[in-house]
Design a protein around this ligand. Structure first.
Ligand code: SAM
Ligand code: DTB
Ligand code: SF4
Length: 324
């Protein structure tokens, strides 16, 4: 396994002829995974809107005038109902998201209770609650949390154009605290925010230089939400997105690469190319956090056409690891 990828090397991967890139991605994928299995995670926004941060892509920031209203933390019973439904539909992981800068006070204690109950249902638990200090990471671990999602979103250079209320370093510190407690890291970014290929390569380099690599790498296509500063950005070329997935697969061969936000507007053929490029995880269920997602029945139909099976609960330690 390599942890010394340079931005130049990664840019060279982005520049490969498409068929060569896909071939390399398939080789890495097949050496580490069953190429016909995809892991299913279901998301729930347990605390929506009213966020003090200024992430320019995000409909939940209180600074932008979007249709998202600020809501209170959901009641535990409602969250458990959603977790049970996700399990019944076949998801192996339940991810709870909160529009917070960081967790605080009684609300954090309530989230810890939710995590304990999801674990009692025999599902993997993931949360994304903003920045964490060491003590908060420990509390999450003690509650049984398996994964913590905290994205880098882009490379350190382009980051300054996207968010001003927290630094890249803050993000890396949170990831360090998650790792120190032995939780699995879910960390990726967004493509289609007007960044250049070198920024995409810079983001992948940040992820692929982590040792160990994040176990889960969500690659989101920007969802352009009305009212956010990014509402009128130009559409990303689909091939640029597929290439990003392939490069993530090659550089982080034993990580789950998730075809994340943006699937709702992708054709079946586009999604299939993403799977061919090495994506082996999706968000499953009709909603992401505040925006729509492909219907579960449509996903099942596509899986049937492609001969893809949902992955049973993954056991990272038993994965074969082969160099790219
Ligand atoms: N507030 C917490 C945080 O920022 O860490 C957790 C929730 S936040 C919504 C989780 C991630 O969702 C962001 O880091 C970003 O990568 C992704 N995201 C948010 N809005 C998006 C959009 N419009 N399109 C694509 N991805 C988006
Ligand atoms: C991630 O990388 N993508 C998810 C999850 N982690 C939390 C969120 C996507 C959000 C898309 C916009 C929305 O629904 O609000
Ligand atoms: Fe808040 Fe997270 Fe949205 Fe940023 S991405 S505005 S921190 S909810």
């Amino acid at each position: 396994m390599r942890y010394d990828w340079t931005v130049e090397e990664i840019t060279a991967l982005f520049d490969l002829p498409f068929n060569d890139l896909m071939f390399r991605a398939q080789q890495a994928h097949r050496a580490n995974f069953d190429a016909n299995e995809v892991q299913l995670s279901t998301l729930l926004s347990i605390k929506t809107g009213g966020c003090p941060e200024d992430c320019k892509y995000c409909p939940q920031s209180s600074r932008y005038n979007t249709d998202v209203e600020s809501e209170l933390l959901m009641k535990k019973e409602e969250v458990m109902k959603a977790a049970r439904a996700a399990k019944e539909k076949g998801a192996s992981r339940f991810c709870m998201g909160a529009a917070w800068r960081e967790p605080k006070g009684r609300a954090f204690d309530l989230v810890l209770e939710m995590i304990r109950e999801v674990k009692a249902m025999d599902m993997e638990a993931c949360a994304t609650l903003g920045m964490l200090d060491e003590e908060q990471a420990k509390k999450l671990k003690d509650a049984g949390l398996d994964y913590y999602n905290h994205n880098l979103d882009t490379d350190p250079e382009y980051y300054k154009e996207i968010i001003s209320t927290r630094t890249y370093e803050d993000r890396l510190d949170t990831l360090k605290n998650v790792r120190a407690e032995g939780m699995s890291v879910c960390c990726g970014g967004i493509v289609g925010m007007g960044e250049a290929v070198k920024n995409r390569a810079g983001m992948i380099a940040q992820l692929a230089r982590m040792n160990p690599h994040p176990e889960s790498v969500p690659i989101n296509m920007l969802v352009k939400v009305e009212g956010t500063p990014m509402q009128d950005l130009e559409d990303l070329d689909n091939f640029d997105f597929i290439r990003t997935i392939a490069v993530a697969r090659i550089t982080m061969p034993s990580s789950h690469v998730r075809l994340s936000a943006g699937r709702e507007v992708m054709s079946e053929e586009m999604q299939s190319l993403c799977f061919l490029a090495g994506a082996n995880s999706i968000f499953y269920g009709e909603k992401l956090l505040t925006t729509g997602n492909t219907e579960a029945d449509q996903d099942k139909a596509l899986f049937a056409k492609l001969g893809i099976r949902p992955e049973e609960r993954p056991t990272p330690s038993s994965r074969r690891v082969v160099n790219a």
